[in-house]
Write a new protein. Sequence first.
Length: 362
Amino acid sequence: MNGSGQRERARAAQEAADWLIASRAGLDDVQQDVFNEWLKIPENAEEYLEAEQLAQDLRESVDPDLDIAALIERARADVDEDDDDTKVRPIPVRAWRTPRPAARGSWVYLAAAAAVAAIILSIPWLSPSHTTPTPIVEQITTTHFATRHGEQSTQRLADGTQLRLDTDTSVTVRFSSTVRRVEVESGQVNFAVAHDAIRPFRVMAGSAEIVDVGTTFDVYLRPDSTVVTVVEGRVKVSLAPPGRGGLAGVLGIADSTEVAAGQQLRVAEGRLPSSAVQVDTDTAIAWQRGQIAFHQEPLGDVVAQFNRYAATPIEIDTPTLRELRISGVFANNDTESFVAFLRTLKGVQVDVTPTRIRIFKG
């Protein structure tokens, strides 16, 4: 491993030690968000697991006569610099029950040193001051965007990413020097993501988590599912962590599915399909042109689309009509033309009143 790689490992090891200490004391909401994002980097997760294992070993076999102050001092200072290569002298701990071989090179010793120091400080009966340091948490900027019924909006983020919000949509954006994350609470959003290889763009919507580096995609949070449509590039979709439980939640993410341009993926009931399906993206994003487009879709789904914009709600009184397949393109505010179209369908009756529009079998 070159000097740069060793320094990265050393950094990850020290951060793992800091997070281990902080997690013992308890993380607030902001810290938990940063911690979860930090764990999504494989090297960081690996270091944290190493620190956790060292914590377990130390609890089982720590020498009560160990000179804690000396150990901490050596753990933080016992590094020599030589031609850009970080050389770390392993710290002898007399009481390990099972020797832990160095399997990944010299950076393992730095990880062990940092983790041991962190663990010693985090165990109340070993800590002289009984205080727990907290890692420096970077500032996260939180912004909320929302549209009302029948309204659409375009927002540009600090990195140049553009969000187009459809009707009745609510999102929360969290940005920092290492984090780009959007939570879709309701509605539909089109993302034109600015490329940033260091900060993957993450979208949480229902039971789906979408990760993107730089592309254009659409996320529709429906009552029963999350629909992801990619217009350009590709994204990775996985199941969102079941909670904010730190490492267990993050590492418990299911296998991901890639979605390429011209494909769509529907995540429902916490289940991730093995593959995406081909779709007409022009139809899928017709809402950006102020249209509702559908091809051989159930009447129930089409009515639900119109109700997202209509001032007068449309109701289907005959349940069997919900499965009637129809095709068409209408302006999202042109309910009158949609009603006229329905009246041309065989066996379909429409009754319009000032308070509602009823569809029933005639």
